[in-house]
Ligand binder design. Structure first.
Ligand code: F6R
Length: 617
């Protein structure tokens, strides 16, 4: 996601801020900016594109090493676009109406539309499309109304009004010696230095300056001065927390202390799924404001054509089950490289849904153009705002996974599924197949997914042990029925791409038509078992492979006791509606693949022969 750095102290601030942003560059960003105080005035410099552009703009004023002038306090940001395309205007910091308060923000303000509407009604003008700008205005409103003019109180009051996730840095022109930080559901640390104090969204940003950090907890705020830091809770009560000494090297810090980016990114899944769902599920209703399909359009759709590659294609297979079941529209799913050349039956009544994490995959892009050429309306489910596919599609539904660095896709898949469900529910509602009460029920079930993912990640040692016993497998089969089959495809891909073990996904009922010939003594079979109506059939399939010597790992919900007697080991996931189960059940498969690859000594984050973004045919 975006990066934040802040500093107040006795050293020139700009080299510290820009140096800190540079350490966060590996995470990806599309624009960068800084706000600082000098001579009683607040300045903001921000640029779309590389950090270099921002640095060059500052160098013209402050010299090559940025240490000219007398800047000793500032906040800085690298943005990964979520609300609004990458642009100078949408970059952070954002200013309040009077220009006296500057804000940098990571995360998503879920109720920003409501807040923006009410602030507009009060006469506030907005210069960006971001959710962050409302925060700057709200803080200033509270600040102006406060006789004591206390920035920290204004931030605390604002925290009471905003919903969603945030890490904030706030600077006010009236107090050149102080800035304020706050967080909820988005990481932020305070660094304690000898010549000043820092904030950072990620430890690598400040590691060269200090190793003493205070981790801010949810709904806490901090007031930073050169000579000290005061942390308070949401009610303004002091929090007394001992600093933590960080002994990670920069490489470990970039991975958030995990051994690999892949593990870090799996741990981001609860946040990523919440950020994808929560802003669109408000008061029990499904709101996809950016999608222009109305009831008449939805009624006219005769077919949904899904197009994607790799992991995104597997999300598309889940989408087929979900859209057909809920919206009762026939769905075809194609890998993009096949769709392009097969003379597909697509016309003006086709909705082409294109799924891509990067938004730059050449085959997917070309297939989308082909669908358009044949008259289809296009809707892209994409992770990167402003990417080529996002720009060319008629409608875009963004996933909020944040940047993925590990080549093997993990959190992007969970969020693609979240987006796919939102689309399926929306189409169903537009076609009159889902009433308000049903929407509210699904909304509640969807919003419970992040917490369930937290538990799965916390229980991962079960999979670690199982992987340690089985990493020498020569071949692994993933078997499932219904949505469990769709999910098996992704489980199998994850294992083969990072562990180099041959693996196949099969529909449970299809085994006996050939593949069962490959099952022999000790063959490893992984079975997601989340589809209650198909459970008896799956148990039959498991008995078939067990009779031929297979070792079976089941992935089943808590209350599905039946499978214990047929599986050799069972990993439990929280009870969940079968339709939504893939969002949860994929994570144990990702973890299993990860631990197998680690045991085999594979380069988990950079598997051989693979690239993160495939921009060639
Ligand atoms: C697998 C993986 C790839 C991508 C595929 C499509 O872990 O990452 O299979 O899913 O190359 O990429 P996007 O989604 O960027 O179009």
């Amino acid at each position: 996601m975006c990066g934040i750095v802040g500093y107040v102290g006795s050293e020139p601030a700009l080299p510290i801020l820009i140096g800190g942003l540079r350490r966060l560059e590996y995470r990806g960003y599309d624009s960068a900016g800084v706000a600082y105080l000098e001579g009683g005035g607040l300045s903001v410099v921000k640029r779309k594109g590389r950090l270099q552009r921002l640095e060059e703009a500052l160098q013209r004023q402050y010299g090559e090493d940025l240490s000219g002038g007398s800047v000793r306090i500032g906040i800085a940001h690298t943005r990964w676009a979520t609300h609004g395309a990458p642009s100078d205007e949408n970059s952070h910091p954002h200013l309040s109406a009077s220009g006296r308060i500057a804000v940098v923000h990571n995360g998503i303000i879920e109720n920003y539309m409501e807040l923006r509407a009410s602030l507009s009604g009060l006469g506030y003008a907005f210069v960006s499309e971001t959710d962050t700008e409302v925060v700057a205005h709200l803080i200033e409103r509270h600040y102006d109304a406060d006789a004591k003019k206390d920035l920290l109180s204004a931030v605390l009051r604002t925290m009471g009004e905003i919903e969603g996730s945030y890490a904030l840095g706030v600077l006010c022109a009236d107090d050149p010696g102080t800035f304020v930080a706050a967080r909820k559901d988005s990481p932020l640390v305070v660094g304690l230095g000898t010549n000043g104090n820092f904030i950072a969204s990620d430890i690598p940003a400040i590691l060269s300056r200090t190793r003493e950090v205070l981790i801010l907890e949810d709904r806490e705020a901090a007031c930073l001065r050169a000579d000290g830091v005061r942390v308070v809770d949401a009610l303004g009560r002091p929090v007394d927390r001992a600093p933590m000494h960080v002994d990670w090297d920069v490489e470990a810090a970039e991975k958030g202390g995990y051994e690999h980016f892949m593990m870090k990114e799996m741990h981001e899944e609860p946040r990523a799924v919440r950020d994808t769902l929560a802003p669109r599920l408000r008061d029990g209703a499904i709101r996809l404001d950016a999608i222009t399909i109305d009831a008449a359009d939805a009624a006219a759709i005769s077919k949904v054509q899904i197009i994607a590659c790799g992991t995104a294609y597997h999300a598309g297979v889940v989408a087929k089950y979900a859209i057909e079941r809920l919206a009762r529209i026939p769905v075809e799913v194609d890998v993009a490289s096949e769709f392009r050349y097969r003379d597909p039956l697509v016309d003006a009544r086709t909705l082409a849904v294109v799924i891509s994490q990067s938004g730059e995959t050449l085959d997917t892009m070309a297939a989308m153009r082909e669908a358009k050429r044949r008259g289809a309306r296009t809707l892209a489910i994409v992770n990167v705002v402003g990417s080529s596919i996002a720009r060319e599609a008629d409608d875009v539904l963004y996933t909020m996974a944040g940047p993925e660095i590990a080549v093997a896709s993990t959190k992007a898949y969970n969020t693609q599924l979240a987006a796919v469900y939102l689309l399926a529910f929306r189409l169903a509602a537009l076609r009159g197949l889902l009433d308000e009460a049903a929407c509210a029920g699904w909304s509640e079930r969807l919003l419970a997914l992040p917490e369930a993912l937290d538990r799965i990640l916390a229980d991962r040692s079960v999979l670690q042990r199982f992987a340690a016993e089985h990493f020498n497998a020569r071949s692994v089969f993933f078997i499932g029925r219904g949505l469990d089959y769709a999910l098996s495809m992704e489980g199998s891909l994850k294992l083969k791409e990072i562990s180099y073990i041959h693996s196949e996904a099969y529909a449970g009922g299809e085994l006996k038509h050939g593949t069962i010939a490959l099952i022999e003594e000790g063959t490893l079979v992984v079975c997601p078992l989340t589809q209650a109506p198909l459970l008896e059939k799956m148990i039959g399939n498991i008995r078939e492979v067990k009779a031929r010597g297979a070792v079976v790992l089941g992935i089943a919900t808590d209350s599905c006791a039946k499978v214990d007697e047929v599986c050799d080991a069972v990993f439990r996931i929280p009870d969940v509606d079968p339709l939504l189960a893939p969002v949860l059940a994929v994570t144990p498969m990702q973890l299993f693949a990860y631990y197998v690859a680690v045991n085999k000594g594979c380069d988990v984050d950079k598997p051989r022969n693979l690239a993160k973004s495939v921009t060639v045919e």
